[in-house]
Design a protein around this ligand. Structure first.
Ligand SMILES: [Zn+2]
Ligand SMILES: [Zn+2]
Length: 342
């Protein structure tokens, strides 16, 4: 009886000892990465091959502060915020990998209450199947693949370029992207005030862009007018419908809906808004009266200075599908059906 009691006591002691070790390990693993001292944070980042020197135009200390704020957001929401700027987007994903590595054994802290945030300026509009594959610029251009400002007219703008560029310079790069041989839009031009729905011609698209700032420096965001709605896609969020008409006097944020959960903003856009109009052909060119048929298409010649975008053409062709001959030889843009010029 006495021996049994002794054995029992030893077993209890062993259990207590193991429990203490487990608890100590648990506490150690539960240290939030966002609260790690600078040196430790640097070590953890470098172990996951994150370059924290000479990136994004930030000093070491600025970068650590930014990274810490980014990590805190990831700890709260458990997903990697995605960026409109390619360089920053890639960097954010590297940091996210380091965070995942850090929490690989314990799992994310998941402090966030899914009901903690309510969208204020927008509402959920739709969630496309490939919602993670594209962001605000792609959505503005009606694309569903990764798209960065500048990539079609040279190379994607870097974080330091965006930091120093005015919104007009960024909008001009968008116009160059639109005119590129990849996107093949025409009649793209910028406006500082919003054109009315009634002033828009059939086939024209209206988007707008605005500069702001996020964790890693300057940022930009796009919206697109669809009918009377202003739709937009902040980062990897679902598509949102903005409740208002864009205005310089009302800031935008990147609040969103990710995996069905409303997420608080981590970027704010308060600069002046630039509006960009574009379409598949010019609206303000004079038809020369010359046209010809080739294959299953008909080619209509235009010339002059476009009264919409200001570009000059000695010879510009609008191409339409055509089953002729016989063919319609009148102006397809102004006199037939402006919607079918592609
Ligand atoms: Zn034009
Ligand atoms: Zn024809």
């Amino acid at each position: 009886m006495k021996k049994t009691a002794q054995r029992f006591f030893i077993v209890i002691l062993c259990c207590l000892f193991s429990f203490c070790i487990a608890t100590a390990q648990g506490i150690e693993n539960k240290t939030l990465l966002s609260e790690a001292p600078d040196k430790e944070l640097e070590t953890i980042l470098s172990e996951s091959n994150v370059d924290i020197y000479n990136v994004l135009g930030l000093s070491r200390q600025e970068l650590l502060t930014s990274v810490r704020a980014f990590i805190k957001y990831v700890e709260d929401y458990g997903f990697c915020p995605r960026y409109a700027i390619e360089e920053t987007d890639l960097f954010a994903q590297q940091v996210y990998t380091a965070i995942k590595n850090y929490y690989s054994k314990t799992g994310f802290p998941t402090k966030n209450d899914p009901n903690a945030y309510f969208l204020t300026d927008s509402e959920l509009f739709s969630t496309p199947e490939n919602v993670n594959n594209f962001r605000c610029y792609a959505y503005a251009l009606n694309r569903t693949v990764n798209t960065y400002v500048g990539q079609f007219s040279g190379t994607a703008l870097t974080q330091t370029q965006i930091n120093s560029m005015t919104i007009s310079q960024i909008a001009d790069r968008v116009v160059q992207d639109l005119n590129s041989s990849t996107l093949k839009y025409d009649c793209a031009y910028t406006l500082s005030t919003i054109p009315s729905v009634a002033s828009m011609k059939t086939g024209q698209t209206l988007i707008c862009v605005r500069k702001g700032s996020g964790f890693f420096g300057a940022d930009y965001h796009f919206m697109r007018r669809v009918g009377s709605n202003w739709l937009h896609k902040p980062g990897q969020s679902s598509i949102l419908r903005y409740k208002y008409t864009p205005s310089n006097s009302l800031d935008w944020t990147n609040e969103g809906v990710v995996n069905g959960v409303p997420t608080a903003p981590n970027a704010i856009y308060s600069g002046n808004i630039i509006y960009i109009v574009f379409s598949k052909h010019h609206y303000g060119l004079a038809y020369t009266g010359y046209s010809y048929h080739s294959g299953n298409k008909h080619y209509y010649e235009y010339s002059g200075t476009c009264t919409s975008c200001g570009q000059y053409y000695s010879s510009y062709y609008v191409v339409k599908a055509c089953s002729g001959p016989p063919c319609p030889s009148t102006d397809p843009v102004l006199r037939i059906d402006p919607t079918c010029a592609e």
